[in-house]
Design a protein around this ligand. Structure first.
Ligand SMILES: [Zn+2]
Length: 69
């Protein structure tokens, strides 16, 4: 079940909401505003098309000098 993290544009509160349908209207639990922004899912899964097509050396550094390898 997808749990999304939202932030309220009205009061800037961040909250998590279990969303069963993308058409579902999510309201801020603090100010009840529906003017919320969906953040990245807490349980992040690989984004479609987000697979790395380049491997190794893509960041222009060496394994011994950076933490991305
Ligand atoms: Zn709010």
């Amino acid at each position: 079940m997808p749990i999304y993290e939202y932030s309220c544009r009205h009061c800037e509160k961040s909250f998590e909401e279990l969303v069963l349908s993308t058409a579902e209207v999510v309201a801020c639990p603090q100010c009840a505003s529906s003017d919320v922004k969906r953040e990245l899912s807490v349980f992040s899964s690989p984004a479609p098309g987000g697979e790395k097509t380049t491997s190794g050396g893509g960041c222009g550094c060496t394994p011994s000098t950076c933490g991305c390898h």
